[in-house]
Design a protein around this ligand. Structure first.
Ligand SMILES: [Zn+2]
Length: 310
């Protein structure tokens, strides 16, 4: 028996040493666990944290912008997280607060250091005069879809770097260095997109859900209307008749929709000839958009191509 054990130990010991060495690799042992609500926020966090962070996104990027279906796996992920990175402005209001309650991780509750709200310092468009959720309005604090404006992504990156530093001040120098590099990269791309998007100036568009305001303001597109009567309120037949009329009168060129059912966009297209483009209001929804920069690049190129083909 003794001999047998000894023999066995000879194998177990090197294996144990090997496993211990593996788990002691600094990147694994010291990883900061980040949960982001959306893939674009996860990507920007990776750019700032690099190998200090292990980032997961809850949404995949194809979901309704305000109704991410909650999976049981979200709870343990939130429970283990060191920080959460979110859009804020009530963008995640319909699904995240309840989830945070269940996960009961005091580090990432609202107001705590691990709660990184990326909307800090964003000039909000369509902000209502008073906070009101009457009629199911999904934008009670104004339009939360600022990530579609790449200039605002610079503020997001700064907020994430500040949030990570608040929680892990020992890595401040690394976060600052990575932030500086990412801001420079964004500036390069923004310059390119401004040139590329020149044909979008004055282009009239219709959106399904009101989420293109920041993008339109950046690149000079003009909004003719939305399929939803108000954020989250589906149209009535009468409303659709007047929208179709408006599209014809103003010669709107493109209708942008994302996670919504394509039925109404296609119906409107058949009545007006407007070009319908499915573009998600978050990155990650398709392989070509798996980083923030790739997502904006894909979005700009897709609309420019559609407009060029007239
Ligand atoms: Zn919205």
């Amino acid at each position: 028996m003794k001999l047998f054990l000894k023999k066995k130990m000879r194998w177990i010991f090197p294996a144990a040493v090997f496993l211990a060495a593996l788990s002691a690799r600094p990147a694994l042992a010291q990883s900061i666990r980040v949960v982001a609500t959306w893939p674009s926020l996860a990507d920007i966090t990776k750019q700032i944290g690099k190998d200090l962070v292990n980032v997961e996104s809850l949404a995949t990027g194809v979901e309704d912008p305000h109704g991410v279906p909650v999976k049981p796996s979200f709870v343990p992920r939130l429970n283990r997280a060191n920080v959460i990175v979110l859009t804020g402005l009530d963008d995640e209001h319909s699904w995240l607060p309840a989830l945070l309650e269940v996960a009961s991780n005091p580090k990432i509750m609202p107001g705590q250091p691990g709660y990184i709200d990326c909307s800090a310092g964003i000039p909000v468009v369509e902000a209502p005069a008073r906070l009101d959720r009457a009629e199911g309005d999904l934008h009670p604090k104004g339009n939360p879809h600022y990530l579609l404006d790449p200039v605002r992504a610079k503020t997001v990156a700064q907020n994430i770097a500040a949030g990570l530093t608040r929680n892990f001040p020992q890595h401040q120098a690394v976060f600052e260095r990575n932030l500086k590099a990412y801001l420079a990269e964004l500036d390069d791309w923004i310059g390119r997109w401004q040139k590329l998007a020149a044909p979008l100036k004055g282009v009239k568009f219709v959106e399904y859900h009101p989420e293109w305001a920041y993008f339109a303001n950046r690149f000079g597109m003009k909004r003719v209307g939305s399929v939803e009567i108000k954020p989250g309120i589906e149209p009535t037949p009468n409303y659709l008749v007047s929208l179709v009329q408006e599209i014809k009168e103003q010669s709107a060129q493109v209708l942008l929709f994302g996670a919504q059912n394509p039925r109404l966009p296609q119906q409107i297209a058949s009545e007006t000839g407007i070009k319908v483009l499915r573009l998600y209001s978050s990155g990650g929804g398709r392989p070509e958009t798996d980083s923030y920069i790739k997502w904006i690049d894909y979005t700009v190129r897709t609309i420019v191509d559609a407009v060029a083909k007239g």
